[in-house]
Design a protein around this ligand. Structure first.
Ligand code: AMP
Length: 404
């Protein structure tokens, strides 16, 4: 059976997955998942990968400047995979592409025309989109015969009601594409599917998913479909993140421009790279570091308190948008691993019908609400790579059908 490669390019990282496709319609099987970190000129990049049973297959640092860009990182990934699996036959390469703009509400085969359209969305996701597209170009060179598929973080949210899709600025901007897109759609897609599998009756109801990682957002779903998201036009809005500010009064931007005399590039760096948990704590963007420091460091405590406060506010807002709540799901690095943050988010939320079971939460069980809680509270590890691999499988099958 053929294989699929999944690629998920961040600003200085490249996640990859090597999947075995199956022709019985079952989920692709992850054989190798890994990551190249610290990509960039002057950096010492690092590659790590594991097999399906968690065995470490590689954990190595490259020499300085050895991996200056994403194309070089992909070259290293492919050399590593070919050494591990000389029999690999890549029928498809699935790419996570952050922004699909107003056009794309599903995965799409990448052609020159699609690439041109996606390049137009670069200003909407300046930290991610250029890297996503350079990964696609490099993959075209390395795998000229494979189907290249784009999977968008925005696609899952494309059918929001208009009131959740617009800003109250002159309408011409909506027509130009200035809309509330929402992101983390691959993660929400996975979680919605998993909920349908483990609890179909809950899947039919009103659900809020809190994707809490280095990037963080929340999504309100009705019957498994996205109705509202905390993220908007770019991946800056909503919750505070590792280094991104989250919701901000636009008047603050005017102040930065007019009073502080900052340039657009400086403001971009401030909002994307210097804000969020890092900006507030002046210590770290990493929740583990902040939790470890919180006992003796007031700013770390305050950064965590702000993060939790905004999640709780968004929870109330999304529950109102949904007209009620049956299930809350935590996911992402923080949502999956920090019992402390989950406890703080759920504290005193009995007014909305939530009752956390302390023991289940501490033990990291899948169901962490009490048996009496009206709202079910779950922890479900996300799997964006599998969603990309499924799209790659479907595109390979479509091609095969078309050829027959
Ligand atoms: P992600 O972007 O989904 O990989 O999530 C990264 C975030 O998850 C970072 O802020 C990590 O510090 C955080 N994280 C991972 N494990 C833990 C943990 N055990 N406790 C608290 N935060 C964690």
């Amino acid at each position: 059976m053929p294989h699929a490669l999944t690629l998920n390019a961040g600003s200085s990282s490249l996640k990859f997955g090597y999947f075995q496709l199956r022709d019985d319609g079952a989920d692709p099987e992850a054989r190798i998942v890994g990551l190249v970190e610290r990509i960039g000129a002057g950096e010492r990049a690092h590659i790590r990968a594991r097999g399906p049973d968690g065995t470490v297959l590689v954990d190595e640092e490259f020499g300085r400047n050895h991996v200056p860009d994403h194309a070089a990182a992909l070259g290293e990934v492919v050399a590593f995979l070919r050494a591990q699996r000389p029999d690999a036959r890549f029928a498809a390469v699935g790419h996570r592409v952050v922004h699909g703009g107003p056009d794309f509400d599903a995965p799409v085969e990448l052609t020159d025309e699609v690439m041109q359209r996606l390049a137009e969305f670069q200003p909407l996701a300046p930290l991610h989109q250029p890297h996503n597209l350079s990964g696609v170009r490099a993959a075209f060179d390395l795998f000229p015969d494979a189907v290249q598929v784009a999977c968008f973080d925005t696609a899952f949210h494309r059918h929001h009601p208009w009131v959740n899709d617009t800003f109250a600025i002159p309408r011409k901007y909506y027509d130009q594409g200035v809309r509330r897109y929402g992101f983390h759609g691959l993660s929400y897609d996975y979680i919605a599917g998993k909920l349908a599998e483990i609890a179909p009756h809950l899947h039919m109801g009103r659900t809020i998913v809190a994707h809490l990682g280095n990037g963080a957002s929340m999504c309100g779903l009705m019957g498994g479909r996205s109705v509202a998201s905390s993220m908007g036009f770019t991946a800056l809005d909503g919750l505070p993140m590792g280094t991104r500010c989250g919701q901000l009064d636009p008047g603050v931007l005017l102040y930065m421009l007019q009073t502080e005399g900052m340039s657009a590039a400086e403001i971009q760096d401030l909002l994307y790279k210097e804000s969020g948990l890092l900006g507030l704590s002046e210590l770290s963007n990493d929740m583990r570091t902040l939790e470890a420091a919180a006992k003796d460091n007031e700013r770390a405590r305050e950064a965590i308190a702000y993060f939790v406060f905004r999640i709780r506010r968004e929870l109330g807002a999304l529950a109102a948008a949904l007209g009620g709540l049956s299930t809350l799901i935590f996911t992402g690095g923080i949502g999956e691993n920090s019992a402390h943050i989950r406890e703080k988010v759920c504290a005193g939320m009995d007014w909305i019908g939530m009752e956390l079971d302390e023991g289940r939460n501490q033990r990291g069980e899948q169901l962490i609400s009490t048996d009496f809680s009206r709202v079910r509270i779950l922890v479900i590890p996300t799997n964006e790579e599998l969603v990309i691999a499924r799209a790659a499988r479907d595109m390979v099958a479509e091609r095969k059908d078309a050829a027959e």
